[in-house]
Design a protein. Structure first.
Length: 329
């Protein structure tokens, strides 16, 4: 699919219909600025929602990339004279206190990277958290325990999420969202809490949005996108939108097998969303019409995966760690 560039359009002396995105935030009829710089945080407490969902092995962090990615926003807030209450999740404890999913190791690493003490609260809305927040002075940092220890965080009941959000909002004077990996979720610390306080996007979120705007509005071509994840149903809208913009779309992860099933391929015991197969067929047909190449990343490593069946896909009953490429089957 070839889309003409702006430079190729002869517009001299002609009228041009220009479709812009001017969907700006308004308050009382005035344009507002949701950037971090617009938020007055001097001498105030800021509730900062981060993405600190780092990989752990035997209690040790194996990759601190997400912690480092949060540093620009944290440092900017500290330089502005704020104190910070950091909220984050780790894994999916589903409302249970699982020691292996504690953010304690993260607080230690964050303290090292900031070169200042990070007080770790051993709960989210309990005595430890309340005491830590109450003792905050300008320049202090508190990290709350795993927010997903609270079942209300991910509850489908809006009243439960709101009740938790009210407690979280009581910790601060302003809200900054910087957890890009969770910002799309309707969770108490992401959705409801942000509504209860003056708010702004953090530097990580702003940078990600800037990149996304560039890639979706004026990408350099040829333009290819790689998508992964377990469920196709979560990404139908994204895929449908991307088909109008990309030249190549590569599909990997667990949702790959729903695409293979839609093509009539054998997938053994691999993960598949049967109810999404008709929709995937429509997407594949649409890609063909638009001239978009769909690449399915489907090869298991035949030597390392002992459960590989010749000329078919891996049919393991659980995640196979012996393969080069992640096999969700």
């Amino acid at each position: 699919m070839s889309i003409p560039s702006l430079a190729s359009l002869d517009v001299k002396g002609k009228r041009v219909f220009l479709r812009c995105d001017l969907n700006v935030p308004l308050k009382d009829g005035a344009v507002t600025d949701d950037s971090l710089a617009s938020l007055d945080v001097k001498g105030k407490r800021v509730f900062l929602r981060c993405d600190l969902n780092v990989p752990l092995k035997d209690g040790a962090i194996t990759d601190d990339g997400r912690i480092r990615a949060s540093l620009p926003t944290i440092n900017a807030l500290l330089e502005s004279g704020a104190s910070i209450v950091i909220c984050a999740h780790l894994g999916r404890p589903k409302g249970e206190r699982k020691p292996e999913l504690s953010l304690a190791p993260v607080s230690i690493r964050l303290s090292e990277l900031l070169n200042r003490e990070v007080v770790f609260a051993t709960d989210v809305v309990g005595e430890s958290a309340r005491a830590a927040v109450a003792s905050l002075d300008s320049g202090d940092v508190v990290l709350l325990e795993n927010i997903r220890y609270e079942a209300a965080e991910t509850s489908k009941d809006e009243s439960e999420r709101f009740a938790l959000a009210m407690k979280l909002a009581s910790y601060a004077d302003a809200y900054v969202g910087d957890g890009f990996g969770a910002v799309h979720r309707k969770h108490a610390s992401v959705f409801e809490t942000a509504k209860l306080l003056p708010r702004a996007a953090g530097k990580l979120i702003s940078a990600e949005v800037e990149v996304l705007q560039r890639l979706t509005m004026d990408p350099v071509r040829p333009y290819g996108v790689i998508l992964g994840g377990a469920k196709v149903s979560d990404k139908i809208g994204v895929i449908s939108n991307l088909l109008e913009k990309v030249d190549v779309l590569a599909i990997g992860g667990g949702m790959l097998f729903t695409f293979l099933a839609a093509q009539g391929k054998e997938i053994g015991k691999s993960l598949v969303e049967v109810e999404s197969i008709p929709t995937v067929k429509v997407l594949l047909n649409r890609a063909t019409e638009l001239g978009v190449e769909i690449l399915l990343i489907k090869s298991c490593h035949r030597i390392r995966c002992r459960n590989f069946i010749a000329n078919r896909y891996c049919s393991c009953s659980s995640f196979c760690k012996r393969i080069t490429y992640s096999c969700f089957c």
